[in-house]
Write a protein of this length. Structure first.
Lengths: 312, 744
């Protein structure tokens, strides 16, 4: 005989499964609405030469949707982004190479970004003056316009960012790191690559708010605060990776002793004399095991009335 | 929870199959010849993987975490999608990753290009499993009882039932996330964004459960404490996206709820000198876990083109953090509660921090060579949490001491700060080949309840970028900063949080050494240098070099961190070895050096004498060196059904600690430390026929470490702390994976 709670959970699970089935079935319905039509003449003209699968991939993306008035593809085809490009359309004199399109999307070239920003004005909000903009990056340095955009895929975004951010890539390989492998986390979970109101282009208005987005248990406020944690998580932590546990900047207990040198054990000189020997028990509580954290568990703040020393 | 989550991708696949079965018929009747050639859009693939992990569990990658006790693991990756097309603005995409494993991920996206988009997603993360041992496994809801027949002792030496009582425990933090987000384009100039996300943390983590009243009398047992926390976040934003003005108003809320309010445990220690009667084993002790909290924020972000190439950005955000979880009692021991003479001053903290942010930026970016910008940022955190006096009981082990000069009379603090940044930048970019930039910044931080109520830092940065040729470019960045501020009052926290009568009894009226400067507050000179060079030998050969140094000189710090230097050097290349073989290689080294100083002193009659005795000085020099190596090799011959791929990554950290002490202190060398993490992925794919591939994959993850604090540690290693024990933190995880990929 199953208990009431168990039956209730079973019912909930079944309802969730049914809802999933219906949802999944519904998502196939758009297929029924598809009907393929011819492309605008302007696009056909381009495709006469550019019949390349990599370029044609744009036809499977949002930039070539005829009914989307923002991209003007229905009226102008490829020229809506690449410009009318009359010189490009002319056969070049013998021995000369063909002129490029009016608008080009390479790094630092002919106004491609302005074309992107005409539609993607939301991304333009903090772009001007942002770190990436001032580094001379063009939209296409990160984004792919004609096919699957790696920046929009959880499993490829990190790899794309790492193409430039090699130091951070190396840090994520360290023993203690956020789980960016296999798309489990992404750079954009913390950073806003198009710029933001923070110096390091963080996703939230401040560094601590960005950290607390996932680590909300550390937000407090607490009865017994640890002021450096309240002000700046990076006082003790390094965000991309560390060879010390818990993404710490330095090994404990020495990290703690960089700010805490009170009488007795906080100011003790910790050295090989505190190591455990062959006869047990032995060794310094301040040096072995989790050292300071053997007792001072609540280093981010305690809310217990007797938790003054971060031990409750 | 687990079974429902795992069954989700199967349900999606099944439901979608039903939905799709009639689609080809409908399309066939409507089909007309397209004028463009359809391409493989990468949609519709199914990957079935049989994984055979052995040895230790993985701690990284999608194989990390618990596998439900099964030896062999079945994983399913599924991709189904209908991308938009010129004549079909609606699209959808279903992506399932690693279903059946411990870290599945699923995403469903629906939308109509230019009009709306909805995405639902879910995933589960694991921190990886750490196998340890405990004598007190707990009931899963935060209660830990001693095993039957427990023999308490003042130290672990006397606990003869400790080792026989040990049972294995697997520490693992799991995070399950589910989210729903959507965007609606409302006409030409407006869009609405909404996002909801729920994250639940579960599993077991270490928790130091302390008994005792401080100093040398504290005793502790490390517990495998349960986690059951939930964070819900929601964002709602309305954005105007005009050609000159972009304006976004947003509301953000984040609610944190902890289903386990407290951890309770029976102390395993017998009566220790200084403990009150009735507090020894098996008395119940209690600690509070992270309290529930709330954060709400309203924001406004504005971008406006003032004139040609002159842009103004303004960001304003006001928010509030609240926390009002009911306090636990001062103690969980009935005898101590009965003896309380001063109750809690309030039932809860009623904690409140008001947050205000203003960010202004005026930037000019034109086609001319000169560019400039001006920035102002004010981040204000006003802590309005009430301050009260608490007469606490340390470690559930002493009778409340309400004397006027009691050290247990403590006032909480409510630290506030205002961080203001003013910056002016200018650059000269005569063409796209060269750019020179400079920025001058001034940062001022005002604090309450801090040793330094006012600190100021001036920073100057210079940057150069030069594209010497189409194949070679390089850059250099130099910066320097000088931080100083108001008089450093190292004893301020001590004086303000204790009763004046108690402070009067403490020789010198200080807690930390007066010569200590806490490094986040201390005077600091900072120098930074970084450089890069990129060389494109050919279209098939790219080389990069990066190096840098960050040097911090805490020039006024007698004690604490006095010096820090971080250097790195990295090189990488991407190179076509032969026709269809690519090599990606990455190598780097990082040096982290730091120096800190201290002086050992004790309490009582010798306190001041020792605190002023340079023969009791000590110093520690840290020298960490971290080598990183990455190697990727891929090969595929056109026409060949075989594809090979191999990835290796290595992070090898070696640390050296040099301790020097004054003549009155004894010291001995500390062993060097090492943490080496190696990953190898080797994959072989064989195309059986068009759209069908067979893959064989071998993965290894190996950690080798040397850490004097961990190696060989057992629950009875220390006298006063019962550790969870970790005889050898090293692990070696391996897996063979056989996969069948079907594209349709």
């Amino acid at each position: 005989m199953r208990g009431g709670a168990e039956m209730r959970q079973l019912h909930i699970a079944r309802i969730k499964q049914m809802a999933t089935l219906v949802l999944a079935g519904l998502c196939a319905l758009p297929l029924l609405l598809l009907a393929q039509t011819t492309l605008p003449e302007a696009a056909d003209t381009c495709l006469a030469c550019h019949d390349d699968s990599r370029l044609n991939a744009v036809l499977h993306g949002p930039h070539a949707v005829l009914s989307d008035a923002r991209n003007r593809f229905a009226e102008q085809g490829c020229t809506s982004c690449h410009g009318t490009s009359e010189a490009h359309m002319q056969r070049p004199p013998r021995g000369e190479s063909r002129a490029g399109t009016d608008v080009r999307f390479g790094t630092g070239e002919g106004g491609g970004d302005a074309v992107c920003l005409e539609c993607h004005r939301g991304s333009a909000l903090h772009w001007t003056g942002s770190v990436h903009a001032d580094a001379g990056l063009a939209c296409v340095d990160c984004h792919r316009l004609h096919g699957d955009d790696p920046m929009l895929r959880a499993d490829t975004e990190v790899e794309q960012c790492a193409n430039c951010h090699r130091k951070e890539q190396a840090e994520f390989m360290k023993v203690s790191a956020h789980p960016l492998d296999g798309g489990r986390m992404q750079c954009s979970d913390c950073h806003a690559p198009h710029g933001s109101a923070t110096p390091s282009a963080l996703a939230r208005p401040t560094l601590n708010e960005t950290c607390h987005e996932c680590h909300a248990e550390l937000r407090g406020p607490f009865l017994w605060e640890h002021p450096p944690a309240r002000e700046d998580c990076m006082s003790c932590h390094t965000p991309h990776g560390s060879s010390h546990a818990g993404l710490l900047k330095q090994r404990t207990p020495f990290l703690c002793q960089q700010c805490h040198l009170a009488q007795f054990h906080p100011s003790a000189a910790l050295s090989g004399t505190g190591l455990s020997g062959s006869s047990l028990p032995s060794g310094s509580t301040s040096l072995m095991g989790r050292d300071c954290l053997n007792c001072h568990q609540q280093v981010h703040g305690s809310n217990h009335p007797s938790g003054v020393g971060a031990t409750r | 929870m687990h079974s429902t989550f795992v069954s989700l991708p199967f349900s999606i696949a099944f439901g979608l199959g039903i939905g799709m079965c009639c689609v080809p018929i409908a399309q066939a009747s409507d089909r007309i010849d397209p004028t463009w050639v359809p391409v493989d859009n990468g949609c519709h693939s199914l990957v079935l993987t049989a994984a055979l992990p052995h040895s230790d569990p993985f701690r990284r990658s999608r194989l990390a975490g618990r596998n439900g006790g099964r030896d062999m693991l079945g994983l399913i990756d599924l991709l189904l999608c209908k991308p938009p097309a010129p004549d079909a603005s609606r699209y959808w995409r279903i992506e399932v990753d690693a279903a059946g494993g411990s870290q599945p991920r699923a995403t469903l996206t629906l939308g109509e290009a230019g009009r709306w988009r909805v995405q639902a997603d879910g995933k589960r993360l694991s921190s990886g499993i750490e196998q340890l041992h405990t004598a007190m496994p707990g009931d899963g809801r935060g209660r830990f009882d001693l095993p039957l027949g427990w023999v308490p002792g003042t130290t672990t030496a006397a606990m003869r039932e400790l080792l026989p009582s040990l049972i294995p425990v697997a520490l693992e933090r799991r995070r399950s996330e589910a989210g729903l987000q959507g965007r609606a384009i409302l006409g030409r100039h407006f869009q609405l964004d909404a996002r909801y996300r729920e994250s639940r943390q579960s599993g077991l983590r270490r928790f130091a459960a302390v008994t005792g009243n401080g100093g040398g009398n504290a005793r502790a047992i490390l517990l495998a404490a349960p986690l059951d926390q939930r964070t819900r976040t929601a964002d709602l934003g309305l954005m105007h996206v005009g050609p000159r003005l972009q304006l976004r108003t947003g509301f953000h809320l984040s609610h944190f709820d902890n289903a386990i309010d407290a951890l309770s445990w029976q102390t395993p220690f017998s009566q220790v000198s200084g403990w009150a009667p009735g507090t020894a084993s098996p008395a119940l002790n209690r600690a509070q876990t992270a309290p529930d909290n709330r954060f709400h924020q309203l924001s406004l972000a504005l971008g406006y083109v003032l004139a040609s190439n002159l842009r103004l950005n303004a960001d304003v955000a006001i928010g509030q953090m609240r926390q009002n979880q009911t306090f636990l009692d001062y103690s969980a021991v009935p005898a101590l509660l009965a003896a309380l003479s001063a109750p809690l001053p309030r039932p809860d903290l009623d904690g409140r921090i008001d947050t205000r942010l203003l960010n202004l930026r005026l930037a000019q970016r034109s086609e001319s060579a000169l560019r400039w910008d001006a920035r102002l940022r004010i981040d204000d955190r006003e802590n309005r949490t009430p301050v009260s006096e608490f007469i606490y009981i340390s470690g559930d082990s002493e009778v409340q001491n309400t004397a006027a000069d009691s050290a247990r009379r403590r006032f909480n603090i409510a630290p506030s700060h205002r961080d203001s940044l003013y910056a002016l930048g200018a650059g000269w970019h005569p063409d796209r080949r060269i750019g020179i930039d400079a920025e001058l910044a001034h940062q001022a931080i005002e604090r309450t309840a801090s040793a330094r109520s006012d600190s100021r830092e001036r920073r100057l940065a210079l940057k150069l970028r030069h594209r010497a040729s189409e194949r070679f470019d390089y850059g250099l960045k130099l910066s320097g900063g000088d931080r100083r501020g108001s008089t450093y009052l190292g004893s301020r926290d001590f004086v303000e949080t204790h009763s004046p009568d108690y402070v009067a009894t403490v020789p010198g009226a200080f807690e930390n050494l007066p010569g200590l400067r806490q490094y986040p507050l201390a005077d600091r000179r900072r120098h930074q240098l970084s450089a890069f060079a990129r060389f494109e030998a050919s279209e098939r050969s790219h080389w990069n070099l990066n190096l840098g140094e960050l040097r911090d000189d805490y020039r006024a710090s007698e004690f604490g961190l006095t010096d820090s230097r971080i250097r790195h050097l990295q090189a990488d290349l991407s190179h076509a070895l032969a026709g269809n073989a690519w090599l990606h290689a990455f190598v780097g080294r990082e040096w982290l050096d730091a120096a800190q100083r201290g002086r050992a002193f004790q309490g009582g009659a010798t306190r001041l004498a020792q605190a002023n005795d340079p023969n009791r000085d000590w110093a520690v020099d840290h020298a960490d060196r971290i080598d990183s190596l990455g190697l990727g090799l891929s090969h595929r011959t056109p026409g060949s059904p075989l594809r090979l791929h191999a990835d290796i990554s290595l992070s090898d950290a070696q640390g050296a600690l040099t301790v020097r002490t004054g003549s009155l202190l004894a010291s001995a060398p500390l062993p060097d430390t090492r943490a080496r993490l190696l990953h190898i992925d080797a994959r072989l794919d064989y195309v059986l026929r068009e759209g069908v591939e067979l893959g064989l994959h071998y993965r290894i993850e190996r950690f080798d470490g040397a850490d004097f604090a961990q190696d060989g540690s057992a629950p009875n290693t220390l006298a006063n702390v019962i550790l969870l024990g970790n005889e050898s933190p090293d692990y070696r995880a391996q897996a063979w994976l056989l996969s069948l990929r079907y594209r349709f």
